[in-house]
Design a protein around this ligand. Structure first.
Ligand code: GRF
Length: 200
């Protein structure tokens, strides 16, 4: 059973989708050991507690990144976490954090990377005029939204879409994609070859 540690900052709908998939047997081979937020009032923490999961707030305010990250790393280790799941975690990880959990941190980003990294990816996609948008589950490395791609899902852009409507449709796919991506990683059947994540 792989032990997951979830990091989130807000709403936590991706976390909820993963937790529900695990609880209902659609995502197997892993369990959520702890949910950590840098915001004490994150809705995701309330959702975690409602599901009987360990939920911890580690506020970042007024602290150096390295010091804050060290406390998160300690909490993840304390709970035996083997795979870190970033689910709307709105802080950059320190290089130390990435090094400690090298190849063991996943993120989901609401675009088809390498297009539109960073904030407001859905709006960036609309403004650019792409007709196919989507989401990407990827490993986290030292560069923003850059690590090896585990899985992507495409979403059509509609002519009357605004950023909100597009984000909603992408989010529906995120809720499916993240669990499928985690399943790939947990299965142990995939490996990284160059930048590709391949079976066998
Ligand atoms: C999602 O759009 C995700 O792709 C991005 O942040 C958002 C988090 O939403 N990284 P939620 O907190 O999981 O509802």
């Amino acid at each position: 059973m792989k032990r997951l540690g979830v990091l989130l900052s807000g709403r936590g709908s991706n976390f909820v989708a993963i937790a529900d998939n695990i609880a209902q047997g659609r995502l197997t081979g892993c369990e959520i050991a702890v949910v950590i937020s840098n915001k004490a009032d994150a809705a995701g923490l309330t959702a975690a507690r409602a599901r009987g999961l360990k939920a911890v707030a580690i506020e970042a305010r007024g602290r150096q990144r390295a010091e804050h990250d060290a406390e998160i790393i300690a909490t993840l280790k304390e709970h035996g976490v083997e795979l870190v799941i970033l689910a709307g975690y709105m802080r950059l990880l320190s290089p130390e954090f990435v090094a400690v959990f090298r190849d063991r941190i996943l993120n989901i980003h609401p675009s088809l990377l390498p297009a539109f990294p960073g904030l407001d990816a859905q709006e960036q996609a609309l403004n650019y005029g792409v007709q196919v948008a989507g989401c990407t589950v990827h490993f986290v490395d030292a560069e923003l939204d850059h690590g090896v791609i585990v899985l992507q899902k495409a979403v059509a852009v509609h002519e009357n879409d605004d950023a909100h409507a597009l984000a909603e449709r992408i989010l529906e796919q995120e809720h499916v994609a993240y669990s499928e991506g985690i399943a790939r990683v947990v299965s142990g059947e995939y490996r990284v070859v160059g930048r590709r994540y391949v079976k066998g």
